[in-house]
Design a protein around this ligand. Structure first.
Ligand code: KIV
Length: 289
């Protein structure tokens, strides 16, 4: 079992004694045996300490995704995200978790120039954040880089299909694999990334049967997003599944509607401040008797 109950009420980032042993790369990789994953991998994005605390008891993997560009920083895409941002948020998520394996996205421009550049960036991410793995986008073209990192002790999660850092090349965020050539390319990309040593692969935004075929075709676990229930695990952007945005992609299931709940709470607070109903004697200090 990977889920457990943990008292997060104290907001302490590092309880003593540490309640659980943290998930490891071999344990996650080992979930898929002879092409079969009995216990699907649960992965969500996290960017902050407190959100990590809340998600950690339920997740196998926490991804500090470069989607923080849009979700946290209001940027138009993931392209402007920097290594500094990823290291800072990665460290916060590691501080807020004890159980899940934390993986941090390599931002656009920090790894594509070649294996040496990727190693320097990934080593900085591991050292500064304390995370256990990095994720990088790209298929066949990135295979030598993934091999270089893996052989030097840096666990890598691949990411194929819809690769948001390539939005300027792709022209948008639509599902991939709608024609045969593109479908074949996604499969070839996943195989190349797997052969290069990625311990897991995110497959994003592809037609369902392609995701299922990729899951059958490669040895490492496939973690789907906008992919297929047949994948070895699933990932979503946490703020999407909690309903913090008005619009979400079609593949997102909303498990709550936090945007309207936050709106109502803040509306009540504003009204009480304006009417002087807040604070009451419960929230103010008096001289000690
Ligand atoms: O950046 C991100 O959040 C991701 C997930 C959507 C897989 O890469």
């Amino acid at each position: 079992m990977s889920t457990f109950t943990l008292d997060t009420a104290t907001s302490r980032a590092t309880p003593t004694p540490v309640p659980m042993k943290r998930m490891t790369v071999p344990a996650l990789r080992g979930r898929k045996v002879d092409g079969v994953t009995q216990q699907p991998i649960v992965m969500l994005t996290a960017y902050t300490m407190r959100m990590a605390q809340l998600l950690d008891p339920h997740c196998d993997l926490l991804l500090v995704g470069d989607s923080l560009g849009q979700v946290i920083y209001g940027l138009p895409s993931t392209v402007p995200v920097t290594l500094d941002m990823m290291c800072a948020h990665g460290a916060a998520v590691v501080r807020g978790s004890w159980h899940a394996l934390v993986a941090v996205d390599m931002p656009f421009g920090s790894y594509e120039a070649g294996p040496e550049q990727a190693f320097a960036s990934a080593a900085r991410i591991l050292k500064e954040s304390g995370c256990a793995a990095v994720k990088l986008e790209g298929g066949e073209a990135m295979a030598p880089t993934i091999a270089f990192l893996s052989e030097r002790g840096i666990p890598v999660i691949g990411h194929v299909g819809l690769t948001p850092q390539a939005v300027n090349m792709l022209g948008g965020y639509g599902a991939r694999g709608r024609d045969q050539a593109e479908a074949a390319k996604i499969l070839a990309d996943a195989k190349a990334v797997a052969d290069a040593g990625a311990f897991a692969i995110v497959v994003e935004g592809v037609l369902e049967d392609i995701a299922a075929e990729v899951t059958r075709a490669v040895a490492p676990p496939i973690i789907g997003i906008g992919a297929s229930p047949d994948c070895d695990g699933q990932v979503l952007v946490t703020e999407d599944m909690l309903g913090l945005f008005e619009r979400t992609p079609r593949f997102v299931k909303r498990y709550d509607d936090l945007a309207s709940r936050i709106g109502s709470a803040v509306e009540t607070y504003a009204a009480e401040v304006r009417s002087r109903a807040f604070p009451t004697s419960d929230q103010t200090y008096r001289p000690k008797p």
